[in-house]
Design a protein around this ligand. Structure first.
Ligand SMILES: NC(=O)c1ccc[n+]([C@@H]2O[C@H](COP(=O)([O-])OP(=O)(O)OC[C@H]3O[C@@H](n4cnc5c(N)ncnc54)[C@H](OP(=O)(O)O)[C@@H]3O)[C@@H](O)[C@H]2O)c1
Length: 244
């Protein structure tokens, strides 16, 4: 695969990018920090055979999207896969106390992620299709007390990806929506670990398999599919009482 990877500088993105490089996929990295991009490209060079290049792209600056994807295309010679693991996070308490942070998280994780997807989608469809893999979250499956605002952005993102799958699969676009449970990364550092918490290397193989198969929705790890099935079916009077 020829992969444009937005957000491979840490966490699950880094683990997934390493797995891709190790099996011979060609990668082009997008991220907000030139230093982090160089560090990650050098790290991936150890795993793969082809030198990894990168371009600056900031989720909070949509004006950077077109040029970044054009650079990726020029370097890879027409990419066929786009992965977006980049996102912002804030705890519900942090977000309730800070409207500017709330605006940044909602803008980055919903509006701008979708704007980036739209540029990528059009490029992929113009060349006959490809894979658009985007990290959403189990937080978007149900309105829940600890993730009301972040979860709202991810819920909208999940619905957008479902719509893409319905409309464009026949034209060759595989929209893959990744729904991680609690994974120990910089995003969750300092938070108490719930049951089924795992590390980024534990989920990367499952996500890579979903990309290969064009699976429209993948929970990672798998147990979260069943956890969320229960949560989605709990009545509201129960949801009001529990803290989950
Ligand atoms: N960890 C979890 O438990 C969990 C659960 C459900 C869903 N998710 C989702 O899974 C994805 C990966 O999460 P993770 O836990 O692996 O996070 P992470 O380790 O914190 O990595 C986040 C990535 O996003 C990038 N990023 C942040 N702000 C950016 C911006 N303005 N422009 C460009 N890139 C930016 C970071 O780049 P820098 O290196 O420059 O900071 C980093 O590469 C995210 O979409 C997250 O919402 C995570």
């Amino acid at each position: 695969m020829k992969v444009v990877f937005f957000g491979a500088t840490s966490g699950m993105g880094r683990s997934l990018a390493r797995a891709m490089a190790a099996r011979g996929d060609r990668l082009f990295l997008l991220g907000r920090s030139p230093e982090e991009l160089l560090r990650s490209a050098a790290d991936l060079d150890v795993y793969g055979a082809t030198p990894v290049k990168s371009a600056v792209c900031d989720l909070l600056q949509p004006e950077t999207f077109d040029a970044a994807l054009a650079s990726a295309d020029a370097e890879l010679g027409r990419f066929d896969t786009v992965v977006i693991a980049a996102a912002l996070f804030g705890t519900q308490d942090q977000l309730e106390a800070d409207p500017a942070l709330t605006a940044a998280v909602l803008t980055a994780d919903f509006t701008n992620t979708i704007l980036f997807c739209e540029v990528a989608r059009k490029l992929l469809l113009a060349r006959g299709g490809g894979t658009l893999c985007v990290f959403s979250s189990v937080a978007g499956d149900r309105g829940r007390k600890p993730v009301i605002l972040y979860g709202a952005a991810k819920a909208g993102l999940s619905f957008y990806l479902e719509g893409l799958d319905h409309k464009f699969r026949a034209a060759g676009l595989n929209a893959v929506c990744v729904k991680p449970g609690f994974v120990k990364t910089s995003m969750t550092s300092g938070l108490p670990s719930p049951p089924f918490a795992c590390g980024p290397d534990d989920v990367a193989p499952r996500i890579l398999r979903a990309i290969d198969r064009g699976t429209p929705v993948v929970y990672a790890p798998a147990i979260w599919q069943w956890v969320m099935l229960v949560i989605k079916n709990l009545p509201r009077f129960v949801m009001r009482r529990i803290g989950f």
